[in-house]
Design a protein around this ligand. Structure first.
Ligand SMILES: CC(C)(COP(=O)(O)OP(=O)(O)OC[C@H]1O[C@@H](n2cnc3c(N)ncnc32)[C@H](O)[C@@H]1OP(=O)(O)O)[C@@H](O)C(=O)NCCC(=O)NCCS
Length: 153
């Protein structure tokens, strides 16, 4: 086992969960999401990376509809990075969202750490969105298509 982190899907965003999500969000992004953006619904989900004592050190948010998953956000607290937690969050979405075959995400074109993580998991760049971020930075759109599982495997 790489670490003692547990990945847990959030059923409903409690006040305590929102506090933890915002703490991570503000530690990780210059243009953090507002509280209202952390929602869980039939098509939207959040997963937490938690220490054994239940404190969250990372999260990911996604939209999931039919066979497509759009990864909206992923973050790990700076002091917990480079321990495989980002990869664990990504792998949860790639394996636990059973019907999802196509995965999409946007990433800042200078975000070397995130791009390396996505490439290591088989994501490929498929286009760019110019001025996608508030500060004008371009986003790279990345995509991964899962291989269909063969019957009996
Ligand atoms: C991107 C992020 C989630 C990665 O989380 P992490 O837990 O540190 O990632 P992992 O430890 O699972 O790394 C997995 C792989 O990603 C790549 N990677 C991660 N950090 C890297 C870095 N700083 N430089 C280069 N490659 C990196 C490596 O390929 C790594 O595998 P390796 O450790 O075997 O070399 C984290 O850096 C983060 O929260 N960044 C700020 C928020 C952000 O930019 N989110 C992405 C928005 S699109």
């Amino acid at each position: 086992m790489r670490n003692s982190i547990v990945i847990r899907p959030v059923e409903a965003v409690s006040r305590n969960t929102l506090k933890q999500l915002l703490k991570i969000e503000h530690a990780c992004f210059p243009d953090p999401w507002s509280p209202a953006m952390f929602t869980v619904s039939g098509t939207e989900g959040i997963i937490l990376a938690e220490n054994p004592d239940g404190t969250a050190v990372g999260f990911a948010c996604f939209q999931y509809f039919l066979n497509e998953c759009h990864i909206l956000n992923i973050a790990v607290l700076p002091e917990f990075r480079k321990q495989g937690i980002g990869q664990q969050l990504m792998e949860w979405m790639l394996t636990e969202l059973k019907n999802a075959q196509e995965f999409y995400l946007e990433v800042r074109e200078n975000n070397r750490a995130a791009i390396s993580l996505y490439q290591a998991l088989g994501f490929q760049p498929i286009g760019k969105r110019r001025s996608y971020y508030q500060d004008g930075e371009t986003a790279i759109v990345m995509h991964k298509k899962k291989k269909p599982e063969l019957f009996g495997q």
